[in-house]
Design a protein around this ligand. Structure first.
Ligand code: ES4
Ligand code: ZN
Length: 322
């Protein structure tokens, strides 16, 4: 059996997937039609042609436009169900799904519509799926606090909170109070850091927000003390190879630092981030990395293992997968 087929078929967890980033152009157009929303693109092909990004912000502008077609609970259900079917095909056994409520509540969509639609699709899937509510870091901390309050009636439907959107200029410190509140509520904590931002943002995510995983974190290798610390603490990084290439964090996949991260002893995992926008779901991310980097069977095994170790499954549930 080839390494590629082992990588594809091995049971795995996904820990960094924005559900709004799984909206395929075909579903965007179908939902636009269903909801009478007009799009600034003439066709599926025209929309897909706009997926040429130079950095994170140029992607986010199109990602928020795509999400504007989501209005009814069934829309959120259909989007999530479609992702979970793709995850199942990639042998994903467990997934921790990010969602961005502010992208929808700002358009007048009720919090209940967002959470109930996504959550019901998770319950109907054979894949184990939990939810992580992300705060948009380009908005204020007061907006994040209001969002948390609005979500608390549905506290049983999400396990944690994260921090996403435009990183540079919006450091973790900006969200110290809301993360402290979330920690007191028993929510699990993660944050995007060190994707486009410097190592200082990773330190702040750890020391100010007290996160339990770093999303991306690939710029940690610029700071040797930080790299050593992440390794010693077993602090996981949720790395997204195709995302990093599409957003020009690395010039091409041969330049990606995934192997250096693993060689440094970090609990690195591979994830799809925004699969509809970046050219592939989880197995396509793994295969792209394995095709371009000198990764072998041991690395495949390590990445599958890391995905469960880094998850928020109970220790008993992790054991079943290790
Ligand atoms: C995101 Cl790749 C990435 N980075 C930051 N925020 C995001 N939201 C959706 N995808
Ligand atoms: Zn992300």
């Amino acid at each position: 059996t080839s390494l590629r087929s082992i990588v594809q078929n091995m049971p795995k967890a996904e820990l960094h997937i924005h559900i709004e980033g799984s909206l395929e152009p075909e579903l965007i157009f179908a939902l636009a039609e269903r909801n009478g929303v007009s799009l600034p693109y003439a066709s599926v092909e025209a929309l897909r042609a706009a997926y040429a990004f130079k950095d994170l912000q140029s992607f986010l502008d199109i990602y928020y436009a795509g999400a504007s077609v989501l209005l009814q609970e069934q829309d959120f259900y259909d989007m999530t169900a479609a992702y979970l079917r793709r995850a199942e095909a990639d042998h994903v056994r467990h997934t921790e799904i990010f969602f961005d409520p502010q992208t929808h509540t700002a358009r007048g969509v009720p919090m209940a519509t967002v959470i109930n639609g996504i959550h019901r699709a998770c319950q109907d899937s054979p894949v184990s799926a939990t939810l992580i509510l992300c705060f948009l870091r380009h908005l204020s901390e007061d907006d994040a606090i209001a969002t948390l309050e609005a979500a608390l009636p549905y506290r049983d439907k999400f396990i944690g909170v994260g921090l996403d959107s435009s990183e540079v200029g919006n450091p973790p410190e900006k969200f110290a109070r809301v993360f402290s509140r979330c920690k007191d509520l028993g929510l699990r904590l993660v944050a995007h850091a060190g994707e486009e931002g410097p190592p200082a943002y990773i330190y702040a995510a750890l020391d100010v927000l007290h996160v339990e995983r770093i999303d991306h974190g690939v710029r940690c290798l610029e700071d040797h003390a930080l790299t050593r610390r992440l390794a010693e603490e077993g602090m996981p990084l949720t790395v997204c190879p195709l995302s990093n290439i599409k957003l020009c964090v690395f010039r091409d996949m041969k330049q990606h630092n995934l192997l250096q991260l693993l060689d440094a002893g970090l609990v690195a995992t591979v994830n799809s981030d925004d699969p509809a926008y970046f050219g592939g779901y989880l197995n396509e991310n793994l295969l792209a990395a394995f095709d371009s980097l000198p990764l072998g069977l041991q690395h495949a095994y390590q990445l599958a293992r890391n995905s469960f170790v880094a998850s928020f499954l109970s220790e008993a549930d992790k054991q079943k997968h290790l």
